[in-house]
Design a protein around this ligand. Structure first.
Ligand SMILES: Nc1ncnc2c1ncn2[C@@H]1O[C@H](COP(=O)(O)OP(=O)(O)OP(=O)(O)O)[C@@H](O)[C@H]1O
Length: 592
């Protein structure tokens, strides 16, 4: 059923209707109480609601509307503090977003301008890629060259393109140059899970390289930051009681090289805090997939930065395109979605030899049928057997936990009949039937859950996945991968922090994870606001070997054509500032 007509005309309401929200109404009342006009009150309410959706400003207003607003005392041009700002292009801001955007743009531009590219001996570079082939790892090598002498480098690429592999070599190069060794390295990611994955990958790849690199690199391999997985919050010294970061310009992060992985999850406010807390001379490496979903908070900083650097062909940006992990048909599929090309998507599905399939799930009945198939495949091997006694239990549990990554259902929505919650209910119901689990028993061997809130005491974090297994003595316990990827540990079900079943999870929650086989469920209403190209790309690109798309053609097309672009002025400000940046100078080694 892979042949679907994606050329149907979409009826996507891109703007949507702004819901009235209490926050917006409160702000509007405040404006009216402080001498603002009704027009300003309405705009303020819209800006507050838009911020909740991720916009840092309202899109430029028509000239006549903007002119009238400029006369209001509550509105300024950003030079002195006023509650609202209207910039030269007519974008309307809440003060703090204008301030943060300006600071982020200025700090990024300063870092880009402060570049004295350092060359690298080509033989030494080649040594870092033993047995490599410049046809596939050319961009990775370029990233290693580019990091020398720069204060900001952005490394972007899809899943499996070798971002972490490349970061490791960039760090080795900086260690060899003496920069990282002298000033220290900090690596972090926005979520605990992503931070753990990063440190684990660096450790594993570092160990692999130890056997193949010349002995002279051994001391640099020893110096790689593989001990601690830090979230960006922790890196910046977040104090919940004081509601602020302890790291800032006066008390900067103690490192000369700072790597942030999964940087697409960074919001404007976090990036501002990060930039303010770096030593001026430190090298910042932002790593992520700029085509993935925007962060939960406001702004789309990685996407904006990549767009500006790409347009300027800046050597501070390196885009990795070759996927070393996914099978070729999936690479074609992901590229088609990334490019928003319906014909290419259709061709990729048709040419995938069954590795990528589309099912027109357009109503509750069709979804129930797919969920039955899906659940039956999960149930087929029976419930997991009780663990052996003694030390062997951990190893068996680790294998079972690892097996969870074999297949995963990803839903665009959490709530409603097409959401992850309903899908979990249906799957659990079917598994209980198949495995003979009474309906009133919440826990049973084979139950999969995901932690939904950080619990530092239990050392469990939002997004950690647990598997319920029966011990040799008959007790049920939930097993998790231990922090740092070292081994596994188990907790009684009653000791778990907030959690939810995880047979189906949202695409948002799956960011940064990969699975062998993936099914992506979209809502059948093509006008649903959640549908976007980034969402579809993020969902489909979680698959390593094969993928199913559960959606009618109209929803798929709606997602494909709708590239989410958050309103804000960061890209424009960066573009304006970057014009004066000497960054346009190219590396002596840059092939372009
Ligand atoms: N130059 C290379 N030559 C051979 N294999 C490579 C190369 N670069 C990366 N790989 C392999 O590709 C796989 C993915 O690499 P890596 O984890 O670094 O990618 P990534 O972009 O960080 O992935 P993720 O999607 O997890 O963020 C790994 O198995 C890695 O060993």
């Amino acid at each position: 059923m892979s042949h679907v007509d994606f050329r149907l005309q979409p009826r996507v309401d891109i703007e949507g209707r702004l819901p009235e929200r209490a926050l917006g109404r409160a702000l509007a009342r405040w404006v009216l109480g402080h001498g603002g006009s009704e027009a300003l009150a309405a705009l303020a309410a819209r800006a507050a609601v838009a911020e909740l959706r991720g916009d840092t400003a309202l899109p430029p207003l028509p000239a006549d509307e903007a002119a009238a607003l400029r006369a209001e005392p509550l509105v300024g041009d950003g030079r002195v503090r006023t509650p609202f700002v209207l910039d030269a292009e007519g974008r309307f801001y809440l003060w703090r977003n204008h301030l943060h955007e300006g600071e982020v743009a200025a700090a990024l531009a300063a870092r880009l301008a402060d570049a004295t590219p350092l060359g690298m001996d080509e033989a030494e570079l080649a040594a870092l890629f033993p047995g490599g082939d410049p046809a596939t790892d050319g961009a990775q090598r370029q990233a290693v060259r580019a990091v020398g002498g720069r204060r900001l480098v952005v490394l972007t690429g899809g899943p499996g393109t070798g971002k972490t592999t490349t970061v490791l070599r960039m760090l080795l190069r900086l260690l060899r140059d003496g920069i990282a060794a002298r000033d220290g390295i900090a690596v972090a990611a926005p979520t605990g899970k992503a931070a753990q994955r990063l440190v684990q990958s660096l450790r594993e790849e570092g160990e692999r390289l130890r056997d193949v690199l010349p002995a002279a690199w051994a001391e640099h391999l020893d110096a790689l930051p593989t001990a601690h997985a830090l979230t960006v919050h922790r890196l910046l010294g977040w104090s919940p009681s004081r509601n602020r970061y302890s790291r800032d310009a006066e008390n900067p992060v103690d490192a000369g090289v700072v790597v942030i992985d999964e940087a697409s999850m960074l919001d404007l406010h976090q990036l501002r805090a990060l930039l303010a807390a770096l030593r001026p001379g430190a090298t910042l490496v932002l790593v992520g997939d700029a085509d993935q979903l925007d962060p939960v908070g406001a702004g789309s900083v990685l996407m904006d930065l990549v767009a500006v650097l790409e347009a300027r062909e800046s050597p501070a940006l390196v885009r990795l395109r070759h996927s070393f992990r996914a099978v070729a048909p999936l690479v074609a599929l992901n590229e088609a979605v990334r490019g928003g090309d319906p014909d290419a998507l259709q061709a990729a599905l048709a040419g995938s030899e069954g590795l990528a399939r589309s099912f027109a799930v357009e109503d509750a009945g069709a979804l129930a049928r797919r969920l039955r198939h899906w659940s039956d495949a999960l149930a087929a091997d029976g419930p997991p057997a009780p663990l052996p006694a003694g030390d062997e239990a951990g190893a068996v549990a680790a294998t079972a936990l690892g097996g969870l990554a074999a297949r995963q259902l990803l839903c665009a929505l959490r709530d409603g009949p097409f959401g992850a919650e309903a899908a979990n209910e249906a799957i659990e119901c079917r598994l209980r039937q198949a495995w003979g689990v009474p309906a009133d028993l919440a826990w049973y061997p084979g139950r999969v859950v995901m932690v939904t809130r950080n619990d530092y005491g239990a050392r469990l974090f939002n997004g950690d996945v647990g598997l319920c297994l029966r011990d040799a003595d008959g007790r049920l316990r939930v097993w998790f991968a231990a922090a740092g990827g070292e081994g596994v540990r188990a907790l009684p079900p009653a000791a778990l922090p907030a959690h939810a079943p995880a047979f189906a999870i949202t695409i948002h929650k799956a960011q940064g994870s990969e699975y062998g086989h993936v099914a992506v469920l979209l809502p059948p209403d093509p006008e649903h606001r959640i549908l976007s190209r980034q969402l579809l790309y993020t969902g489909l690109s979680r698959a390593k070997r094969s993928v199913e798309l559960w959606a009618p053609a109209s929803s798929t097309l709606a997602a494909l054509v709708r590239r989410m672009a958050r309103a804000g002025g960061l890209a424009a400000r960066l573009a304006a500032l970057a014009i004066h940046s000497p960054d346009a100078n190219r590396d002596p080694h840059d092939p372009a």
